[in-house]
Design a protein around this ligand. Sequence first.
Ligand code: PBG
Length: 312
Amino acid sequence: MTETKNSVRIATRKSALALWQAEFVKAQLEHFHPDLTVELVPMSTKGDKILDTPLAKIGGKGLFVKELEQAMLEGRADIAVHSMKDVPVDFPAGLELHTICEREDPRDAFVSNQYKHINELPAGAVVGTSSLRRQCQIREARPDLVIKDLRGNVNTRLAKLDAGEFDAIILAAAGLIRLEMAERIACFVAVEDSLPANGQGAVGIECRSDDARIQALLAPLEHAPTRARVLAERAMNRRLEGGCQVPIGAYAELQGEQLYLRGLVGAVDGSKILRAELTGDVADAQALGTQLAEALLSQGADSILAEVYRDA
Ligand SMILES: NCc1[nH]cc(CCC(=O)O)c1CC(=O)O
């Protein structure tokens, strides 16, 4: 399809979750703009191709977004739909994160075919996750469990659980809910027990900074409360210079006009987890995130993170 005034092309990864999110944005755009033609442009990213290496070791910010951004910069697509959790803090010149949609359940989910709760797992049980943030919080609570790396998209991870490679796995609840697999969730993990990653459960839309036509079309998809929460969480990560593969949790909730923000930085072995929280005016969301990061840094977060990056 050639570019017309009344079309939008969405660059998307090909995983089931990415396609769901792109279809969701397509449906929303068509709902608000009945005359609009919306087309998906699926593509593979480096992160999709390297499946055998723990994510923390590949490093490289934007492993899952670079190809999508290239497509927008070259005019092969107009927008890219991302899980906010996977979106790097900075954007290439000419692109911006323009829209943040309403958040799905931000919690982690405990998934197991035998056990209803992490506390039911016997000593030595094997738990699968590739997230350092989840690892450090599990290790702190249950040093007797064995944690094994678990990569792949949601379906691959569930298949590995079902094949008996793990006694339980931890996934983002949002992904399972979106893919209509909520029945696989044995229990939602309380945010007190597993503080979510910044942006978890929220979908963001990136577009060209100078594309006023697209930005006007995106306007009705914006969800201001989610934006405030996610911006606070991202500001915390930004100040800590944390990419998406770091043992950092950041979670903001709205309490009226107040934003309640919690953060943590953990040593991967669970030997030490720093926590901080604060409450402030929602209008100061980003400043609050930075302030929370400062509180964690003053507790020694920088030396913990330096260790993580050295080992990675
Ligand atoms: N890191 C991969 C990723 N990115 C977004 C989600 C889930 C959906 C979301 O958080 O919006 C997942 C899977 C997971 O962590 O289990």
